[in-house]
Design a protein around this ligand. Structure first.
Ligand code: NAI
Length: 659
């Protein structure tokens, strides 16, 4: 019988005197820890303190999982650091209170257990994880530019040792149930059918709380500096403190302030004051919500493809086909001959084997779904047909004429073209409204964004089905209008060309690349051009800006057949897939601003021309399509806030865009 029924929690005592506290947040598919939910949890503890149970099990009433973390909607509305500190102080105290109760406590973790959810479970004496693929544990705060301030920085190192804890907190990586058991994050890992019994037995067992080994306890005590300096070195390789203060703050807060962010003096760079004044946290939360917005685009359309036919088994078509098969679709892959399809299937087999970590059965199932189809028999059956042949209008015309005659009337006809106009490709179709662009990026498996291109004639229903299809592939769809370069290449092109013009002026590739990596790009523009292929960079540049503006160094390399990574030489010499970088890179004042200026201008132009529907979607596209420094919240956001700050302050950061 229910002893206490609140809006988000139910409390029930069983015959053995165990209190079962079930979190089931009202009006939400997943449990998040907002103020009201945690206030109610304090009420649960009040009731139990009045009449202590023999044990307490905290579990979820949701099929989706245990607890997804803090309520980010609520969090994003807090305007100042004082508001943040109130929440941190309240939850820090609440979880300390949970840890100090006089009865044994246990978190029964089934499905996701993230952020504040894991911090809550760490305040319990015991944790049991249910052995299912959906069970995942993480402290992903760092990815939002914040720190696990509700006790995670104190308790995770105490539970699994500081090196493993910092690894989890600094990367946000997810741990599955079995791994969690092995590393001591949970006490037991059990199948669902026995979970309640296992919880009952463990919570009443009297077994002492897990303790660290003596060595680990030393590393979490007097020898903290050893682990901290190693972690500092690792983080500094990947991020700069001025752009990403949170990972550094996690290490410092653990090392010097016993994991308590409230104990960090406001002037210290690890303080909440510092983290929130800097802006990255706000921007990364913005990026998270932009991602949610893209994910939501596919909702409301009842379309699920079962069979995809891909034509062109080259770099793109081969990888698109493999990705579709990995996502459970039946795929027929067509090219001019079986010899041209074979390498794509071989590449797919390697990818599947890596993905499934050698699980041969899974690899075989995925390969069974990927069917070589040199005759193109799949055309008549497919729900979606994706063309990825040579970038040649005549070839595409011949193909689409044939496709329209043979495809099912309701099948989506899609092209992966980068530079041809959709209107030109569709001109040979009797029903050009069926044609849509589904523009993947290279490498397909790694790039999260896919542009869904609306031509002048594209039917709205076809467009929304294409968006739903991209979601089905677990990619982020970005609707764009048909225009040269769509969004992503239109933005990248002028940036790469400017970088190559800097080479014409005598800057080294190393200097240019290091400058932009320092700003937060995943790869410098020159290395990126070499990776894409200099012939493609030249052709795209010409298509976007006209031939006269092509940089001299680029022209010369293409003429010599030095096309970058694929030929072994370009701006860099390539060895084993890596650019050989020589010499030290100088820091050139004003170079960051100079390189960003054309990128920002191009993004603004796309927004003004309606190629993307608003500035937020443009930021999302540039971040997820190019890896543009996420700490900025995107070029439109960064540009707007830089303008604001250069108005408000005479000391604008050197990395800010000032033009
Ligand atoms: P690719 O040259 O690697 O592959 C093209 C494949 O199409 C070849 O295997 C060729 O045999 C096959 N093919 C040509 N005509 C055919 C026909 N009539 N029937 C059947 N197969 C035919 O080209 P890639 O790079 O994969 O590009 C394909 C398309 O994807 C192009 O439209 C390109 O603009 C676009 N794209 C390319 C990107 C890249 O980074 N390479 C990125 C995004 C889009």
């Amino acid at each position: 019988m229910s002893e206490l029924s609140l809006r988000h929690w139910h409390l029930r005592r069983d015959g053995q005197g165990i209190a079962w506290a079930t979190i089931d947040v009202a009006d939400s598919a997943a449990n998040t820890l907002g103020s009201e939910v945690l206030r109610e949890f304090a009420q649960v503890l009040d009731v139990l303190e009045a009449e202590p149970p023999k044990g307490m099990v905290i579990q979820s009433g949701k099929a989706a999982g245990f607890i997804a973390g803090a309520d980010l909607d609520e969090y994003s509305k807090i305007g100042d650091v004082a508001g943040i500190k109130v929440i941190v102080a309240r939850n820090w105290a609440l979880f300390n209170r949970l840890e100090a109760v006089t009865w044994p406590t246990l978190a029964l973790i089934r499905g996701h257990c993230m952020g504040g959810g894991l911090e809550l479970s760490l305040a319990c004496v015991y944790r049991i994880a249910i052995d299912e693929p959906a069970t995942r544990m993480a402290l992903p705060e760092v990815m939002l530019g914040i720190t696990p301030g509700w006790g995670g920085m104190l308790r995770l190192p105490r539970t699994i040792g500081p090196a493993a804890a910092l690894d989890m907190m600094l990367t946000g990586k997810q741990i599955d149930a079995r791994r969690a058991r092995r590393m001591g994050l949970v006490d037991e890992c059990v199948p669902p059918r026995v979970m309640e019994n296992a919880a009952r037995m463990l919570v009443l067992s009297g077994q002492p709380r897990r303790r660290l080994s003596r060595m680990q306890a030393w590393l979490n005590g007097p020898l903290k500096f050893i682990v901290a300096s190693g972690a500092h070195r690792q983080v500094a390789k990947k991020a700069r403190r001025e752009n990403y203060p949170a990972p550094f703050a996690i290490i410092d807060t653990w090392q010097h302030f016993n994991g308590n962010s409230l104990g960090v003096p406001p002037a210290h760079p690890a303080s909440l004051e510092h983290i929130f004044a800097q802006g990255t946290a706000r921007n990364l939360v913005r990026v998270f919500f932009l991602q949610q917005r893209l994910k939501a685009l596919g909702k409301g359309t009842e379309f699920a493809a079962r069979h995809v036919h891909v034509i062109g088994a080259g770099v793109m078509g081969g990888d698109i086909a493999a990705w579709c098969a990995l996502r459970g679709l039946t795929v027929t892959l067509q090219d001019q001959s079986i010899e041209r399809i074979a390498p794509a299937i071989q590449r797919a087999a390697q990818g599947f084997s890596k993905k499934y970590r050698g699980d041969r059965k899974q690899v075989r199932f995925a390969l069974d779904r990927l069917i070589a189809d040199p005759q193109g028999n799949g055309v008549t059956q497919a729900d979606v047909i994706i063309e990825a042949i040579f970038e040649n209008l005549d070839a595409k015309h011949a193909l689409f004429r044939d496709l329209e005659a043979r495809a099912r009337p309701d099948a989506i006809l899609a092209t992966n073209t980068s530079s041809l106009r959709l209107e030109d490709i569709g001109s040979v179709l009797a029903r050009p409204e069926r044609l849509v662009g589904i523009h993947f990026f290279n490498p397909v498996a790694q790039m999260p964004l896919v542009e869904v291109v609306e031509g002048e004639r594209t039917d709205a229903n076809v467009l929304s089905r294409a968006v739903a299809f991209v979601r089905q592939l677990d990619k982020l769809p970005l609707p764009v209008k048909s225009a040269p370069g769509f969004l992503v290449n239109a933005v990248l092109g002028p940036y790469l060309l400017e970088a190559m013009r800097c080479i014409d002026e005598g800057h080294s590739p190393e200097t240019i690349d290091a400058t932009m990596v320092r700003f937060g790009m995943p790869m410098g523009p020159i290395e990126l051009a070499d990776t894409v292929g200099l012939d493609i960079a030249l052709a795209t540049g010409k298509a976007l800006t006209g031939a006269s503006e092509a940089p001299r160094a680029l022209q010369a390399l293409v003429t010599e057949g030095k096309l970058g990574r694929k030929t072994g030489t370009g701006f860099y010499v390539w060895e084993d897939g890596h650019a050989r970088k020589e010499g030290l890179s100088d820091s050139v004042p004003g170079l960051t601003e100079r390189l960003l200026k054309p990128l920002v201008a191009a993004t603004r132009k796309c927004v003004a021309a309606g190629i993307v529907s608003d500035a937020d979607l443009a930021d999302a596209g540039v971040i997820f399509g190019t890896g543009f420094a996420p700490w900025t919240g995107g070029p439109m956001n960064h540009f707007a806030s830089s303008e604001e700050s250069s108005h408000n302050s005479e000391h604008s950061s050197k990395d800010r865009i000032t033009a």
